[in-house]
Design a protein around this ligand. Structure first.
Ligand code: UDP
Length: 367
């Protein structure tokens, strides 16, 4: 087996799968690091924290254009798969890493498993949307996290025998990484935060960082929330670079900006935030396990389940302040309701189901 990993969300969501697959196949998977997230704060510490094995192969796809990254990784991964001849290749999500892994597996004729398949925003301006479609259509096995994702695949003519409903591995990732209450509160104290009395923000999506006016509007909205409560912002390296161009020094100085934190630390901060403001797909899933309200700063989103269940709502930059104010005005009631709302992404058995279905696929391909 070969597992292709390159970015922060892949490290987090694939960690539970690697353990299950190795146990079921009684073999150690070759983990291939594409280096798409090469910043230490985005991958190095997480890799260790989540106990991923030393990669068999390390590539260097960081800091390339999308076209460069897809071309380079497809060629390199094709070479690696041809040399290792794995029984199957596993990719996750909608990154360039996943799409290139899919193209390379297809070119070399290795069975492909796509985890977190069937997400759709139907927004063709998003590179991730194209990565999802390419990967789903090439996959021999699409692991759909929800019935909605399963239906999206059926709508595009992907037959049922190539799809399995698994749930999302984020559930077991959160369950296994979330520290005890005591340790969580220690993380909060470290940043001077009190439970239910701060906003946790993460913004890194190109639609929010590429245009300096959009980024300035978001930073100014976050800064004005500081009148009500502190705003803690672990800042993605892309956003760090982009704020230099956004001319918003005064607003930035009001927000508590820190480097990206480890998974356990982030989950601790997320679990006790009064409200989260984020454009991250992974965070939109995690809040359904942590039972916290989220304002999603995106114009379109592919995690409809988080919104339908009431955990998340979309907001344009100018809607951030009223959206947060609305949540805070009925916070106690809302949090009490969310505490009883089932997680739409399954019950923490996704990794085991994915491992089982991968084993079936490998056996089928052998026959
Ligand atoms: N995350 C983290 N540290 C941080 C911010 C986020 O570990 O400082 C984790 C978070 O728990 C989530 C994941 O990063 O699981 C989401 O990754 P990201 O936002 O980079 O990508 P996306 O989900 O938008 O593809």
């Amino acid at each position: 087996m070969a597992v292709v990993v390159g970015t922060r969300p892949e490290i987090i969501k694939l960690a539970p799968v690697i353990g299950e697959v190795n146990a079921l196949l009684d073999d150690d998977s070759a983990v291939i690091d594409t280096g798409q997230h090469f910043d230490k704060s985005m991958s190095g510490q997480l890799w260790r924290e989540l106990g991923l094995p030393t990669p068999e192969v390390r590539l260097e796809a960081g800091s390339m254009t999308r076209a460069g990254c897809l071309g380079y990784l497809t060629a390199e991964l094709g070479r690696v798969f041809a040399a290792l001849s794995p029984s199957a290749v596993l990719v996750q999500g909608d990154t360039n890493t996943a799409a290139a892994g899919a193209l390379a597996a297809n070119a070399v004729g290795v069975p492909l498993v796509h985890i977190n398949a069937g997400l759709r925003s139907y927004d063709r301006t998003m590179p991730e949307e194209h990565n999802r479609v390419i990967t789903d259509h090439l996959a021999d096995l699409c692991c759909a996290a929800t019935p909605h994702n399963h239906a999206n695949l059926a709508l595009e003519g992907i037959p049922n025998n190539r799809v399995i409903l698994t749930g999302n591995t984020i559930v077991e990732a959160v369950e296994s990484q979330l520290p005890s209450r005591e340790d969580r509160l220690a993380f909060l104290r470290w940043y001077g935060m009190l439970p239910d009395a701060y906003v946790l923000a993460t913004i890194h999506h190109p639609e929010n960082t590429d245009d300096p006016r959009t980024l300035r509007a978001i930073i100014e909205a976050l800064a004005s929330l500081v009148d009500r409560m502190p705003v803690l912002f672990p800042m993605h390296p892309r956003t760090r670079r982009a704020v230099q161009r956004a001319d918003c020094k005064d607003a930035l100085s009001r927000i508590l900006i820190i480097d990206p934190v480890g998974s356990r630390e982030f989950l601790s901060l997320a679990a006790h935030a009064a409200v989260l403001v984020s454009d991250s797909g992974g965070v939109a899933e995690e809040v359904t396990v942590l039972k916290r309200p989220l304002v999603v700063v995106r114009s379109s989103a592919e995690r409809a389940e988080s919104m339908e269940a009431g955990f998340a709502r979309l907001a344009a930059p100018h809607q951030i302040v009223p959206a947060v104010a609305g949540i805070l005005s009925r916070h106690r009631k809302l949090v009490a309701r969310l505490a009883n709302e089932p997680c739409p992404y399954g019950n923490g058995t996704a990794a085991a189901r994915i491992a089982w279905a991968t084993k079936q696929l490998i056996e089928q391909k052998k026959d």
